[in-house]
Write a protein that binds this ligand. Structure first.
Ligand code: FHN
Length: 461
């Protein structure tokens, strides 16, 4: 039922924005790709500035806004006309942030193993978390909180040496200057009133400059670009202005055509994305913001499944939490982050400073490779029935096999290796029951040199 919520949102958008949805539901032959990996990113991205992002592996997404008060879907609930805009705004009086402890948030994020966090400075409903001089809807002047809740969080993240990402919705459905209001109501079309649109752009760019000057974020996370073409948003201008004096800032792919990395959403890429840089954003239950009725939480095993899937395919996971309106965080959400964090800490060698792994033909599970490609990490989810794991087609000598975070040296034997041909044989590695981890046991294979994968063509990785 809850999966329905997300699909429902997408379906509402679908008929109008089918080109965007192609990214979510793209049929090619018999293969269905369920994620937006097709969004265009820049070809000339500066690789130096992407290093921290590539190595981060985990970020925590925060959807915090008015919608947490009644526990309804962020912005979409009024856009889709489940309640009136007026009633949606009544939540302003419930957004107290009375128990908001930014340092505790930052500690939780750090303890999850994340290296960065992305916070919704303003969602499509136009509610700004900072003290903006633009617009008419912010946490300081209009909500019960009566304070800027963005600045202390960003300070706390920086104090914990976490990189800071700012989520910013290009559309603002509450602004009279904006074209779209609800699914059935458009205020105007840009061609009919270009001046009004220009006023909107001035307002939007004013806010972006405030955010840039106040916080110098490491990353901009745009959203909502599907409502207008890049020329209307003036995407190129936005990128130029945000990078002026801050050339190392990273921009996601939702500033159409101007992004440095791709942002598939919800659907874990089944096939390894071609993009060099990508990040899957994912909910913990089926909602981005806090919804007390949504208890369809992924288990810790499932969260770690998704995380391992992402890193083994060379991407990051941006895992979402939705704090309550008073600023407290649901215990289940905390627990999932901490459990993930303790698993990552134990296996940090196989996580950070690694690259995507090898094809599944060599090992029936996810893998990562150390940067020098001399250590292959095998992620073992289940308990092998004969206590052995199997690796095929690796031409290197395996100097040592050991359990990451545990240290046990593992014995191995090889079959089907003949002295007179190059076929490297099949390695069986013993994995004693005592070394099995609750979620994933990670086995490191230390090789005699950079990995060489055997194929009939004798190709190397
Ligand atoms: O409409 C939003 C949605 O509410 C949420 O913020 C997600 C997060 O990636 N982005 C949008 C849809 O793509």
């Amino acid at each position: 039922m809850i999966v329905f919520r997300i699909l429902e949102t997408k379906n509402k958008m679908k008929h109008k924005f089918s080109s965007l949805l192609l990214g979510f539901m793209c049929f090619s032959g018999t293969i269905v790709k369920s994620q937006d990996t097709t969004a265009k990113i820049l070809k000339d991205t500066d690789h130096e500035k992407m290093v921290w992002f590539k190595e981060a592996k985990l970020g925590i997404f925060i959807h915090w806004g008015l919608y947490a008060v009644d526990g309804i879907s962020e912005s979409w609930s009024f856009y889709n006309e489940y309640l009136s805009h007026e009633d949606y705004l009544k939540q302003l009086s419930g957004f107290t942030a009375a128990n908001f402890k930014p340092k505790e948030w930052a500690k939780l994020i750090k303890d999850s193993g994340a290296k960065y966090s992305v916070i919704t400075s303003k969602h499509h409903d136009g509610f700004a978390l900072w003290n903006t001089n633009y617009g008419h809807l912010n946490a300081v002047s209009h909500a019960a909180a009566k304070k800027d809740v963005l600045s202390p969080l960003i300070d706390a993240l920086k104090e914990k040496e976490l990189k800071v990402g700012i989520y910013f919705s290009l559309p603002d459905w509450s602004s009279d200057l904006y074209t779209h209001f609800t699914t059935s109501k458009r205020r105007y079309a840009i061609e009919q009133d270009p001046q009004r649109w220009q006023q909107y752009l001035n307002y939007m760019n004013g806010q972006l400059l405030e955010l840039k000057n106040n916080y110098t974020p490491d990353l901009w996370w745009f959203d909502g670009d599907w409502e207008h073409p890049p020329e209307a948003w003036e995407s190129t201008k936005i990128r130029t202005s945000l990078l002026k004096g801050a050339p190392n800032t990273i921009i996601n792919s939702r500033l159409t055509g101007q992004g440095d990395y791709q942002t598939p959403e919800i659907g874990v890429p089944v096939y390894r994305p071609e993009a060099k840089y990508w990040e899957l954003c994912m909910t913990l239950n089926d909602s981005w913001g806090y919804q007390q009725t949504d208890n369809n939480y992924k288990t810790s095993q499932q969260v770690i499944d998704i995380f391992v899937d992402c890193i083994s395919k060379g991407g990051n996971l941006l895992l979402d939490i939705g704090p309550k309106a008073d600023g407290s965080i649901d215990p289940i959400q905390k627990e999932r982050l901490l459990e993930l964090g303790s698993w990552i800490r134990k296996h940090h060698k196989a996580v950070y400073e690694t690259e995507k792994g090898i094809p599944y033909e060599h090992f029936y599970g996810p893998t990562t490779l150390s940067k020098d490609k001399q250590t292959l990490f095998l992620f073992v989810r289940d308990i092998p029935k004969d206590g052995k794991i199997v690796v095929k087609g690796i031409s290197n000598t395996i100097h040592r096999a050991y359990v990451v975070g545990n240290g046990s040296i593992l014995s191995q034997n090889k079959i089907a290796k003949l002295y007179w041909n190059k076929y490297p044989g099949i390695s069986y590695i013993d994995l004693p029951k005592e070394t099995i981890d609750t979620y994933y046991t990670v086995v490191a294979l230390v090789l005699d040199g950079p990995i060489e994968l055997y194929s009939e063509l004798n190709g190397v990785l």
